[in-house]
Design a protein around this ligand. Structure first.
Ligand SMILES: C[S@@+](CC[C@H](N)C(=O)[O-])C[C@H]1O[C@@H](n2cnc3c(N)ncnc32)[C@H](O)[C@@H]1O
Length: 235
């Protein structure tokens, strides 16, 4: 089977798996960024947070944890993912500027070696802020389970510049551009890429189009269906 999608809660599913059979973790979890006050934390609408027109995309949850619980939850699922990866597997973990300290801590607490941060430059199309710097980048925290798997391969860029809708209009509120994911999965060995927070399945499409296999989890049924449809057409 080239790909599998599971319509499940990621942490429950990961903790039920018994064998270490994945060769890379590449994922874009909910950022839970900015949930400082009670009013932010009771509003479980990611679309209201991210979009001027919330009805454009199906809703998704999991965006309203406070810092402390976000760190704790991230350590839990990353620890399960670590257990299921083969030694040497790379990990690629999306985050924004607010959550960089939390997620780099969570990655290491779960047992991974933290190796660096790749910048995704989203171009000038993004978030102007008068008198301040443009919010123009997101980040990919990267590392590995023990020693890095590839000592002889090509050097990959440390900065990628793609507009949010590069390669076609995104299919998820916070969907990532396919050309970005295609560039990122190049560091993964041939084998199976795991994405516990698959959303519309962009990581999976990039993985299978490059000859890798893919296993994804997505809790929201609407996005699970979009991901399955995209994956079945990916080749
Ligand atoms: C940032 S989005 C991923 C978007 C994806 N990279 C794409 O390009 O479409 C994170 C996804 O994780 C899902 N999610 C949040 N909490 C989850 C959980 N506990 N288990 C499984 N999926 C979850 C959300 O529904 C959301 O679709």
């Amino acid at each position: 089977m080239l790909w599998q999608m599971h319509n499940v809660d990621a942490l429950s599913w990961l903790s039920e798996q018994t064998s270490a059979e994945f060769d890379a973790l590449a994922t874009d979890p909910p950022y839970s960024s900015g949930g400082l006050h009670t009013k932010d934390r009771v509003k479980d609408s990611a679309n209201n947070k991210y979009l001027n027109t919330p009805a454009l995309y199906p809703e998704f949850a999991g965006e309203n944890r406070d810092q402390y619980s976000y760190l704790h939850w991230s350590v839990l699922w990353l620890t399960e993912a670590h257990r299921l990866l083969r030694p040497g597997s790379p990990v690629l973990l999306f985050s924004d500027w607010r959550q960089l300290p939390t997620m780099t801590t969570a990655l290491q607490a779960a047992g991974f070696v933290w190796r660096g941060v790749v910048a995704w430059d989203k171009t000038e199309a993004n978030r102007p802020q008068k008198g301040r710097f443009r919010q123009q980048s997101e980040f990919v925290i990267w590392g590995s389970k023990g020693p890095w798997h590839d000592k002889d391969g090509p050097t990959h860029p440390g900065v990628f510049r793609f507009a949010v809708n590069a390669g076609g209009r995104k299919l998820h509120t916070t969907g990532k551009p396919l050309p970005l994911m295609e560039a990122l999965v190049k560091v993964c060995p041939s084998g199976t890429v795991l994405d516990p927070f698959a959303g519309s399945g962009t990581t999976g499409v990039a993985a299978v189009r490059s000859g890798r296999r893919f296993v994804g989890c997505e809790r929201e049924e609407a996005y699970y269906k979009i991901a399955c449809e995209r994956l079945s057409m990916a080749l």
